[in-house]
Design a protein around this ligand. Sequence first.
Ligand code: SF4
Ligand code: SF4
Length: 168
Amino acid sequence: MATAKSGAVVRVDFAFKRELAEKIEGNLASFCYQCGACVGDCPAATYTDDFNPREIMLKVLYGLGEELIGSDSLLWKCTNCYNCAERCPQDVKPVEVIISMKNMMADRGIYPEGVEKVIETFETTGRTVPMSSAIDKQRARFGLPPLPPVPMEEIRALIEPAPAKGEE
Ligand code: SF4
Ligand code: SF4
């Protein structure tokens, strides 16, 4: 496929755009006018050489699915911090577009090593990082109380698959 680099022909992957629009329940990305305000406070952009939410949104606008979702996707570098959503004057919420593309990759069985372990830890403890006394000690240094127990019943109810239509 041609890329968005200058002078190259861009072929819009409409199937990718349709699938993404379904995932985000709308077409948030089309309101991006490429101002770059989402980049300044993005930790992934600050601490890596190749991650840039404005460029990601440009590729989304072009429908360059092959450059965004794949086994070596840089989207996993996004920390889900939501700084970009707070900065964007167009209310585009790049983070939610990125999360939707991560979900598209997960649907295809593409995710980084270690994700299954994080999911297993979450399903058994309600946390993505196992609790330890070291975490409570670190919190105490900042004047924070120990973390409260996780309400596992509520978590299980939230992550239980929704009943199929007609089974409710
Ligand atoms: S801040 Fe919003 S409008 Fe500006 S480049 Fe980022 S996503 Fe696009
Ligand atoms: S949510 Fe992701 S893209 Fe947005 S600022 Fe944070 S790391 Fe960057």
